[in-house]
Write a protein that binds this ligand. Structure first.
Ligand code: E4P
Length: 217
């Protein structure tokens, strides 16, 4: 299972990278705005900084919603750095753009996916990654994890190579549940990864080991 971090914060990306378990980064326009990164030039420069920190795929989202605009922006993003994955929304033009990019060998991440049918379309269009938003489904009293399981089943039925990138992860249990279902990738905040470290018996056990070591030395 690949671990992506869902942020545009360079410190958090560096911290996750330093832990040695980071496989990539996802961003979106809201995450860029949260870091105060505005204006096309600054945004492009920020993507490059992210690529300099991590070794894996970095999703960069198009803003255009028309096909030509998506292609123009996507090609510009892809030319920035070999690690860039062009992120397009699950709308008709996004599916067309996904097919266009996949035919050209440019990696894609189809985002804002909330149903199995949408995920099927993304796979048919040759998406590298599909991003079902499980936390946002949970937010409206709908079972986000069930969607991940449905997509897993559909992709396995036909051998689609599109990777399920479980997105909108909110906490550590989401990560574990996605791993049980067989999600290829998860993207979440740094806290969802760091939470995997925690167990009180680990802390108690380590304290005891250190205490016993001191007694003998
Ligand atoms: C995915 O690529 C999105 O950036 C993200 O996971 C959305 O998460 P949110 O629902 O917490 O905003």
């Amino acid at each position: 299972m690949k671990f992506f971090i869902d942020t545009a914060n360079l410190n958090e990306i560096a911290e996750a990278q330093a832990l040695g378990v980071l496989d990539g980064v996802t961003t979106n326009p809201s995450l860029m705005a949260k870091e105060g990164i505005t204006g096309a030039e600054n945004i492009l420069a920020h993507y490059k900084k992210i690529c300099d920190i991590v070794e894996g795929d970095v999703s960069a989202e198009v803003i255009a919603t028309d096909f030509e605009g998506m292609v123009r922006e996507g090609e510009q993003l892809a030319s920035l750095h070999p690690q860039i994955v062009v992120k397009v929304p699950l709308i008709a033009n996004g599916i067309k753009a996904c097919k266009y990019f996949s035919d050209k060998g440019i990696k894609t991440n189809v985002t804002l996916v909330f149903s199995p049918g949408q995920a099927l379309l993304a796979a048919k269009a040759g998406a590298t990654y599909v991003s079902p938003f499980l936390g946002r489904l949970d937010d409206i009293s709908t079972d986000g994890l069930h969607l991940i399981a449905e997509i897993r089943q559909i992709y396995d039925n036909y051998g689609f190579e599109t990777q399920i990138l479980s997105a909108s992860i909110r906490h550590t249990m989401h990560v574990i549940d996605c791993a049980k279902i067989g999600s290829d990738v998860m993207t979440g905040p740094l806290s969802s990864i760091m939470g995997l470290l925690k167990h009180p018996l680990t802390d108690i056990g380590l304290a005891k080991f250190l205490e016993d070591f001191k007694k003998g030395n």
